[in-house]
Ligand binder design. Sequence first.
Ligand code: PEP
Ligand code: MN
Length: 349
Amino acid sequence: MHKDFIIIAGPCSVENEEQVLKTASALKKSIKIDFFRAGIWKPRTHPCEFEGIGHKGLEWLKNVQIDFNIPVITEAGSSFHVEKILLYDIKAVWIGARTVANPFSVQEIVDSIKGNNISVFVKNPIYPDIELWSGAIERFLNAGIKNIYAIHRGFYPFQKINMRNVPRWEIPIELARRFPDIKIICDPSHISGKKEYIKEISQKAIDLNMSGLMIEAHYNPELALSDKEQQLTPDELKQLIQDLNFRKTGKENPDFLVSLENLREKIDVLDFQMIDMMEHRFKLVDEIGKLKKENNVIILQLERWKKIIESRLKYANQDHISKEFLLKILQMIHKESIQRQNNIMNNTD
Ligand code: PEP
Ligand code: MN
């Protein structure tokens, strides 16, 4: 594992003093962790569910920091939470997925954190909306808050899938592009909802160059009052970390870098050719648009569209390009073409 790789582990929620101490001490014995996580106030969908122990649990978390010398991270959802967290000198907070979806709450938290030296981890919002995630990070940055991280915990799936949330990896990748200096930590526990998928998601996060993992662990998950199905024992967590393949950046291997550069140069040429060809194609689409306008002919010609799909899918070698992918590209091109012809048709000047 790279020395800067961040591991955050601990139970979903603080339940009682014994649970906190047993979990922290078992984790301390099994692996090196950078933060001990545990929620004090839990955002639950129904009020009858376990909503966290409340601020009395902060005393136990403070003891973890002192007795085990591990910084603690807990969730803050309001300025009241922040006030209590700061009072107990907790080193880090995460802003939960439901809170990030509400800019009023985020701003309230930013204002109460401002000027304090506490690390802030911003989870993605439950909805797959990168703007809400970016916006929350911008609020912290604008307030001059220093140690800001992002946590990718997956998105509401909208349809039934095998996991609790859908990763939508392209969203954290875009976030990394927008904020190259902000480290992204993956939370495979809340993405998967079940312990059997945690390894596969963690490996993917490593392969996508994420900077760390936040994994729920409980000394006895059977007893957990929240997220029982997804919590690992400290031993299981140790095994998982051992099984993961922490790949290299490649920077230390000159032969690899030369071969990579050669292949990338070829890809660059093809990308520019692709752009030229698309521009050319759209010029033709526009000409057809004008022709249709002059002759007052409808834009969508279903027969032609069917033929395009059939012939292109038949032409493509499926060993090299999948049908699903090609279909998606054709659909995008067709949508753009219709849009352009629509503009031409309805342009009155
Ligand atoms: C948590 O980390 O325990 C939690 C409540 O996460 P999220 O906000 O991602 O659902
Ligand atoms: Mn949880």
